[in-house]
Design a protein around this ligand. Sequence first.
Ligand code: GLN
Length: 482
Amino acid sequence: MNLHLKSIKELRGLLDGADLTAQELTQYYLDRIQKLDPIIHAYITVNEKAMEQAEAAQKMIEAGAAGPLTGIVLGLKDNICTKGLRTTCASKMLEDFIPAYDATVAEKLEEAGAIFIGKLNMDEFAMGASTETSFFGATRNPYDPERVPGGSSGGSAAAVAAGLCVAALGSDTGGSIRQPAAFCGVTGIKPTYGRVSRYGLVAFASSLDQIGPIAKSARDCAYLLDAISGQDPKDMTSRPSEAVVPMLGESVEGTVIGVPKECFGEGLDPEVRAAVEKAIEKYEEMGCVIREVFMPSLKYAVPAYYLISSAEASSNLARYDGVRYGYRSKEGKNFEEQVIATRNEGFGNEVKRRILLGTYALSGAQFDAYYKKADLLRRRIKKEYEEIFRICDCMITPTAPEAAFKFGEKGGDPTELYLADLYTAAVNIAGLPAVSTTCGYTKEWLPIGMSIVGKPFAEGEILNLADAFEKKFNYILNDFCL
Ligand code: GLN
């Protein structure tokens, strides 16, 4: 039985109908991980207690107390704290860090009876777009192991695509859920800022970070999103929201879709452009109304994003001093020297680059010249979205300027990799929700992603649009090379 190709709903049927036990499903994935993860390298840690969780889930099912995710096998990005289970953030700094508490999302999923099969690889501290900066080595793209899976949630997207878990959680600060989902041919949603509690997510840029699902389909994403959403007293920026699953299956007729001209200009690969444009035509066939819109400030989104996110990161990462927890260097004759040695040895190059950039942008003389300007741009970008949403229900853009690239291809100038966020970073800057789904393939059979961006808390609408497309054009994962 090809269980890894089944949707959450299909697995639910098998589990509730006693055709499959949670232990069998867990064993199935453990076997697949053992067989395939040496090639893909999606996991940093496999959870030794997964079978115990499966037993508890099976009891819930047998007692008739199962919810949508009871017994469903999930992977978590390794920046989501899990009590008693190593959480490394793919950094030497946290190589041996075992949290004493669960992130709110982990707690909610555990209560729902989900099984955590392991912790997934990522760019170090979620800084990157290729998963190449992981201290534990890169993850490979299941469509072509010579290519990157995208990042920073590359492990999450690759694990879902390769059938190494049913679904996963990632985090998105500037595109880290959507871009790897696009590169690996799966679906991922970055929720509205505040929909999902950030408590227990290792902070990168607190005003931009959101946790969200990556799964084989929009519907599977919806199940996970409903399970993790909600106001949390431990995160003052979290807000209550409505369930999205009941909104799936509604007609999309009459939906007004904005297509920003600036997202189809320079820098966009012709094959990606063709696939996204074709998808937009399909929406027209489904009865949607297409409108051209304008985002003149989109060109500033990447620089504004890197300034804001690095500034926040420089402050958030100040806590890694080797004193409280995490890696501690043996070098240094006094406190200051030891902190310097710890940070020098514990952080990788990209993390150091961001800390330097952020500290510089926040320093007295530079504050007005850089941070303040980035903040002004943030307001401008937000306003442009607000204007678009006055006349449109949502927007469609490419997820990334190109399909998955080869390892080392962008090794030279780091800013080359920063351009991977061209279409995604503005969405975080404005705090909006966006879902990426597969809309086609290149000549080399690499997946191409499109993003549907919604109004604040309109996750139900954009997931419904993605679901309608997936159902009609069936771009859902096939059992490819693996
Ligand atoms: N690629 C972006 C960066 O490197 C996005 C990262 C993210 O969303 N976590 O910062």
